[in-house]
Write a protein that binds this ligand. Structure first.
Ligand code: E4P
Length: 217
């Protein structure tokens, strides 16, 4: 399963990339607001750090304007994936862009039928939001399982990009189900490394090592 970081914070992106944990990045207008930086400038910088897909979202709602914004975004770098909302105009934009060789991430997916439409429109990625789904009393991981089943039934190439990931169990379940990608805040990716027995083991080894009175080198 590929790991994307759901952030526009370049320090976090650099740090995770150096640990070999980053296959791509997703941003959205809220994350750009949080970063407090110019949209085009920050996406350009992220694309210079990460070789994999970097999602940058259009904010227009009609097809013509979405295409105009997408033109600007896809010129930033070859690894930009244009992010479009799951609407008819978004799907039209998706079809036009992917037909033209540009990666598209169809976002704000909350049903398996929506995911089916995105695949038919040629989406590179579909982003079902599991955390927000859970928040509203639905089962986010059930949605991922349904999409996996449907995409496998018809051999769709669209990659399932699990989004709105809130905790390590979302990551574990995504991997169990066979999602292609998950995107999570850097804090959640860092949480994955934590285990109390790892910390306890390090503590014990260091205590015994100190008793040897030795040094390495
Ligand atoms: C995905 O691409 C979105 O940016 C993101 O995962 C949304 O997550 P949130 O529900 O935590 O805002």
């Amino acid at each position: 399963m590929k790991f994307f970081a759901d952030t526009a914070d370049v320090n976090d992106i650099r740090d995770l990339a150096e640990a070999g944990l980053l296959d791509g990045v997703t941003t959205n207008p809220s994350l750009i607001h949080k970063a407090g930086r110019d949209f085009i400038e920050v996406v350009t910088e992220i694309c210079s750090i990460v070789e994999g897909p970097v999602s940058a979202e259009v904010v227009a709602l009609d097809y013509a304007e979405m295409m105009r914004e997408a033109e600007i975004l896809r010129k930033i770098a070859g690894n930009v994936a244009v992010k479009v909302p799951l609407t008819i105009d978004g799907l039209k934009t998706c079809k036009a862009l992917t037909d033209d060789g540009t990666m598209v991430n169809v976002t704000l997916c909350f049903s398996a039928n929506q995911a089916l439409l995105a695949a038919k429109a040629g989406a590179t990625f579909i982003s079902p939001f599991v955390g927000r789904h859970d928040d509203n009393g639905f089962d986010g991981m059930q949605l991922i399982g349904d999409i996996r089943l449907i995409y496998d039934n018809y051999a769709f190439d669209t990659e399932i990009l699990v989004a709105s990931v809130r905790h390590p169990i979302h990551v574990l379940e995504s991997a169990r189900i066979g999602a292609d990608v998950m995107t999570a805040p850097p804090s959640v990716i860092r949480q994955l490394v934590k285990h109390p027995l790892t910390d306890k083991g390090i503590e014990g080894f260091l205590a015994d090592w100190a008793k040897t009175g030795q040094k390495i080198g």
